[in-house]
Design a protein around this ligand. Sequence first.
Ligand SMILES: [Zn+2]
Length: 82
Amino acid sequence: MSWEVTNKKSIKCLCGKGSIVQETIGDDWNRHKDKEPIIECEECSQKYKIDSECICPKPYHDYTNYYCVEKENPSKKITLDL
Ligand SMILES: [Zn+2]
């Protein structure tokens, strides 16, 4: 049983020079999960870190929101449109 990358989403990073990539992995049992996004940009990865928040709007399916948080100003959250 192994996990394989089944989908890869990519959006522009915050400065526009690189990208933010999120992989979805699935296994032989058709289970899927999203991995934490990775900032593929030197500038942004120094300035921001990824934060996540699990939203459980019962009775609906729960999902995870991902943010870029400014390291020097953690109150500044930018929602990632992944
Ligand atoms: Zn960038």
